[in-house]
Ligand binder design. Structure first.
Ligand code: GYE
Length: 350
């Protein structure tokens, strides 16, 4: 039956083709040659371009913070056609399921490299296995994954979050000593980033590793605010209602710090160098550094979002068959009123 229909269809198509044949011939004789040449050139060019370019699929976890926006820009500026790359970028809007979909689509498009910033550490085993089976190298950006087989990714370009947390703890230690209040009770609240994310896990552990030496550091409460200003404002309002004697806020990113400061000010209390509450923040985006310079934020532990260039270099090495390290840490600083200079603020692009 199917065969019959196909034959019938073929006959109709042949008929139509015969009908238009003289017209086609005429076209071919007059302008066809030129079209043919044009087609050949564009096709060839497209093939060449594609062959020259490294296709990179990037799954960004979201756009929750100023830091993230800067990180995305850094990647987009690095993987350009000028640098020999073709970037396929996807924003997962904070959802792991969206990242999993994006990675699977990169695999089916057979990209040359997959880069992604894992929103949380767990749950990646299967998709990474699929990438490995397709022989597509995976590079982690910014955050880590927790998988049994480390061979499922080539390398990671990101921050040492534990060290960042430790830096915050050490700064507080020194500051309290300087104020002569090292021995008395210090009441601390903590605003935590996205649950299950490396940034939160590392910063919390790093700070705790210093706090453990100070029995007088009284951590009243630590609560999730998902790295966003709005949630942090809400959480901070709750803290302020519950505790009348907060001395220190440890806020795991600048966006949460902005929200927290609003809530504190609304409650009639002051912040910063000459204020009632010490503010410890992470990221050091430009807006926050201005607040450090103005004495509103006491200290900002830098987290460097400029990872695009590092990632490009890693891909260059892999392309050239050079060995790469398991982990690359970006350079990071600690900023207080003393070292936030006019020049730094001028040069800060994010
Ligand atoms: O600190 C925060 C962002 O993973 C380092 O994620 C990153 C963190 C950064 O939302 O602002």
């Amino acid at each position: 039956m199917g065969e019959k229909i196909r034959k019938h269809q073929n006959r109709i198509i042949n008929g139509i083709a015969l009908l238009f044949l003289p017209l086609l011939l005429l076209l071919a004789v007059t302008v066809g040659g030129r079209f043919e040449i044009f087609d050949d050139i564009t096709e060839e060019k497209a093939v060449q371009e594609k062959a020259d370019q490294i296709v990179v699929g990037v799954s960004q976890l979201g756009s929750e913070s100023g830091w993230r926006t800067a990180n995305t820009e850094s990647v987009q500026n690095a993987f350009t056609q000028k640098n020999g790359c073709f970037l396929i970028y996807h924003n997962a809007r904070q959802k792991q399921e969206n990242q999993l979909k994006a990675i699977r689509s990169f695999i089916s498009q057979r990209v040359d490299y997959i880069i992604f910033s894992p929103v949380v550490e767990t749950g990646w085993e299967t998709v990474l296995q699929e990438a490995a089976e397709a022989e597509i190298p995976v590079i982690l950006m910014d955050r880590q994954v927790d998988v049994e087989d480390d061979g499922l990714y080539v390398t990671c370009v990101g921050s040492d979050f534990k060290e960042e947390g430790e830096k915050a703890g050490r700064w507080l230690e020194t500051e309290l000593r300087r104020r002569g209040s090292a021995g008395g009770a210090v009441n601390i609240v903590m605003l935590l980033g996205t649950e299950g994310s490396s940034a939160r896990i590392g910063r919390t552990a790093g700070f705790a590793s210093v706090a453990v030496d100070h029995p007088n550091w009284n951590i009243l409460e630590q609560k999730d605010a998902d790295f966003t200003a709005n949630k942090a404002k809400e959480v901070m309002r709750g803290f302020l209602r519950k505790y009348s004697d907060i001395d220190v806020v440890i806020s795991q990113n600048d966006d949460m710090t902005f929200g927290a400061i609003e809530a504190i000010r609304e409650s009639g209390r002051s912040v910063g160098v000459n204020g009632d509450i010490i503010i410890v923040s992470f990221d050091a985006v430009k807006n926050a550094l201005e607040m450090v310079s103005d004495g509103i934020i006491n200290v900002d532990i830098e987290c460097n979002p400029d990872q695009g260039e590092y990632l490009l270099r890693v891909i260059d090495d892999l392309e050239a068959g050079r060995p790469v390290e398991r982990q690359y840490y970006v350079e990071e600083n600690v900023f207080t009123q003393e070292n936030v200079t006019e020049e730094l603020l001028r040069e800060r692009t994010y």
